[in-house]
Design a protein around this ligand. Structure first.
Ligand code: NDP
Ligand code: 2IT
Length: 441
């Protein structure tokens, strides 16, 4: 057998990429685990995991309402199917590149392992921008996208879902296109509208799960969510339901944001305001700059991180909270940060939180309730028996408690604050490494 050392293999991507950032964050946590498992090093487990099984890239051509032709790029990164079918969302946003999807698919592998469900990992999407498009245009785009994607996916092969720019409307259109092409109702996408095979609570699951994770971190410190001031970024699927759950659990939601700016409500958003914002964002597809409500102020091109709060939930996009914003949150009294988005905090921000003793829950642990509930939707579709909302809610709560406990087990230490980044990376990696060793080369 090759003599193994505990050195971290060089990142297998060009420097400065999102993938490299995400890779390094994991690799830096694994020194002791790799040192303890020379066989995993000899089998090059980390490097094999870092290279996706395959990346499918395709052209998507579609026609707008005026008859003009548009060309976009589409991808599916099939990262690993060691633990189950490839599983992860689709992102439609003009900023999407192969690097974006590689970082997301890599994060997904660890997140999905943490759920304890039989889920492999993947991510896909397109540089298509759904903003400002009619329903008919989005439908035509989804049909063209699925015409290319369909041969690559299936209920036991690869099960996509939503992400930025892909919600119930898009998943419904994509599922319709898949069904027309295959004539099969296998439930191949998750996050489907309820009437066509969706599971109760999938819409709420990522936001609700993130708040559950934040609550566990607070309780571990002897604190609670009750009465805490919370700053949330984003106003999409994750942010809105994180806001709703915070409110239900007695916290005060001070902010939400979109790419134009932030709304601040000093008294805390009411449930009526959150319901109004759900309709405004999900149905009317409005901008926060045009939203008005008593006690709510809009700040153009300002993000939420300047407000004084005890809990911060970044729920918009990657690298949206940097070191100086972390410093300002710390100066203003933040004690817990849970990532509803994928990698929203820069490495500098994460370091500052650690130095200040702020409990920091990385996305792969804190937002795993979304994909976990997608796993429940897959079970429901296979069983062909609908799950009730309380079935899903109970399982989601248990799953988030278990993920928190795994992070504490692998990231804790006597008398030390829990290092949730290290804990999540070690717990996820261990499951993947064991599966890889069991399946051979
Ligand atoms: P949505 O498309 O529903 O909402 C995204 C929100 O983030 C919008 O408010 C959007 O503002 C804002 N946003 C997106 N990109 C940018 C940007 N480049 N700069 C500033 N603001 C931006 O997406 P989701 O809520 O589903 O996803 C949010 C995050 O959560 C992502 O990181 C996603 O990967 C992650 N996630 C999602 C899960 C899910 O189940 N949906 C599960 C786990 C993680 P605007 O409208 O102005 O663009
Ligand atoms: O980042 C994520 O975990 C998601 N966008 C959800 C993936 C899924 O398959 O439900």
């Amino acid at each position: 057998m090759t003599t193994a050392t505990a050195t971290i293999p060089a990142p297998p991507a060009h420097s400065g990429s999102l993938f490299q950032q995400a890779y390094e964050e994991v690799a830096e946590s694994l020194d002791s685990v790799l040192a303890a498992h020379p066989a995993w090093q000899a089998a090059r487990v980390l490097e094999r995991l870092a290279e996706p099984d395959r990346i499918i890239r395709f052209r998507v051509t579609w026609t707008d309402d005026k008859g003009a032709i548009h060309i976009n790029r589409g991808w599916r990164v099939q990262q690993t199917n060691l633990l189950g079918p490839y599983k992860g969302g689709l992102r439609f946003h003009p900023s999407v590149t192969e690097d974006t999807l590689r970082f997301l698919a890599w994060e997904q592998a660890f997140k999905n392992a943490l759920t304890g469900l039989p889920l492999g990992a993947g991510k896909g999407g397109s540089d298509f921008d759904p903003k400002g498009k009619s329903d008919a245009e989005v439908n035509r785009f989804c049909n063209a996208f699925m015409a290319e994607l369909q041969p690559q996916i299936g209920p036991d092969r690869d099960v996509p879902a939503g992400d930025i720019g892909v919600g119930g409307r898009e998943v419904g259109y994509l599922y319709g296109a898949y069904m027309r092409l295959t004539r099969e109702h296998g439930g191949v996408l998750t996050g489907k509208p309820l009437g066509i095979g969706g599971v109760a609570l999938r819409t709420e699951a990522t936001g609700y799960g993130t708040v559950a994770f934040a609550r566990h971190m607070l309780e571990h410190k002897g604190e609670s969510l009750d009465g805490k001031k919370v700053a949330i970024s984003g106003s999409g699927n994750v942010a809105l339901y994180a806001a709703e759950r915070c409110k239900q659990q007695g916290a005060k939601v001070l902010t939400l944001s979109d790419s134009g700016g932030t709304i601040v409500c000093e008294a805390g958003l009411s449930q009526d305001q959150i319901d109004e914002l759900k309709n405004y964002k999900e149905v009317q597809r409005g901008r926060l700059s045009d939203y008005s409500s008593p006690g709510v102020e809009y700040h153009h091109q300002i993000d939420p991180w300047g407000v004084a709060c005890e809990v911060a939930l970044p729920c918009a996009t990657q690298n949206e909270l940097d070191g100086s914003e972390a410093a300002s949150l710390i100066a203003n009294g933040v004690i817990a940060v849970a990532e509803g988005a994928n990698m929203p905090c820069t490495p500098d921000a994460v370091e500052k939180f650690a130095e200040a003793g702020v409990a920091f829950g990385p996305g792969k642990a804190a937002n795993a309730g979304g994909v976990g509930t997608s796993g429940f939707e897959m079970s429901q579709n296979s069983l062909r028996i609908p799950w009730t909302r309380s079935d899903t809610e109970q399982r989601l709560e248990t799953m988030m408690a278990n993920i928190h406990a795994s992070c504490v087990e692998h990231g804790g230490g006597k008398g030390k604050a829990v290092d949730y980044v290290r804990g999540a990376n070690i717990a996820g990696f261990t499951k993947l490494a064991e599966a890889m060793m069991q399946m051979g080369v």
